[in-house]
Design a binder for this molecule. Sequence first.
Ligand code: KIV
Ligand code: ZN
Length: 443
Amino acid sequence: VHRYRAFPPIELPDRTWPSQTITHAPRWLSTDLRDGNQALIDPMTPVRKRRMFDLLVRMGYQEIEVGFPSASETEFEFIRSLIEGDLIPDNVTISVLTQAREDLIERTTQALTGAKRANIHLYNAVAPLFRRVVFQGTRDEVRAIATRGTELVMKHAEQNMQGTEFGYQYSPEIFTGAELEFSAEVCEAVMDVWQPEEGREIILNLPATVEMATPNTYADQIEWFSRNISRREHVAISLHPHNDRGTAVAATELGLMAGADRVEGCLFGHGERTGNVDLVTLGMNLFSQGVDPQIDFSDIDEVRRTVEYCTNLPVHPRHPYAGDLVYTAFSGSHQDAIKKGLEDLDRQAAEQGKPVAEIPWEAPYLPIDPHDVGRSYEAVIRVNSQSGKGGVAYILKSEHQLDLPRRLQIEFSRVIQTLSEGDAGEIDGATIWTTFQREYLER
Ligand code: KIV
Ligand code: ZN
């Protein structure tokens, strides 16, 4: 059951400043198999790549960057196996990355031969640091690499991708560190070659290759670009935030409010260095504000297990929405408040004669109903030395239908607290029950 409403809308008093919210899901692209994979200690084998691809398809991602086919034989062969095995659903567009060299572009288009729908994603560095230090190239040379690359993509796609519904994406690299006017100038030159028009869009992907400033700065850059680029109606403005300052999610959300159409990221924020923006947090943030992310997070543990298997890296136990600990409460006051909140939902359900799942979610300390992501209330309350009476009482009630009077709750929670202050640490439900039996039922 998806209720799409967690906290009620936030009312701001005397609002006199402009404000925005995100009202619909953006277009998503998962780059787990490209940016994500390239940054793994233990890169995915073809079997693990396939598991990741199938997961992304099941979750509903319709644009998936599947690799960098000219970079290695393994990358090339994986893409061939998807196409030749007819494993790409009709509603999914695969995307592949290339640099602007002709041999690489030719190989890229060969990897895509026979695909039903595919995007070629070309990038080159436009930022001054790269022009000066890495390539020693002038602005004119940088612009020429981008336009020549676009011409070569069109030429080789024509030769090798007959019958493919073929789209094009261009990224001016380190958009966040480049002069805005120059990035726009290069993108305009690329568009002059590609000639976007009705039914022939171009994706202009504006990467925060390195996150260099506060999130509002990225949003300002996106807004400026969106307002100043020509042929805007045929351009999909795409965000590709990395997380160097730990604010990629915020930067993406502000970037969407500033006019972007599309977001590239990875599940649980895999990707170079601190990672790409985390698609799970972004999607669930929308969900928790009442906006359908168009992605299925209803079995978050399955998503997490699969990603952990494919990446060979653990998801942090406090990862938003998905970590082991995010639906637990350790402190007594939190446990007590949650217990009251859950009881209140039960009471509303009884009063209205409805299943509790149909009552709008509102519970202290739990921004979403854990059931919405396939987690359960039973795991919410854990008892340790910091818990008060609420947690212990909740476990006895939910697991053994025992509604303790308040005095007994206080008395028994002291027994449990003493136990957990010894060596026992965290006390599980079974121990609470055997202790209760020993103290009160077997005397
Ligand atoms: O971070 C980046 O700039 C990239 C580009 C290839 C888009 O991954
Ligand atoms: Zn990247």
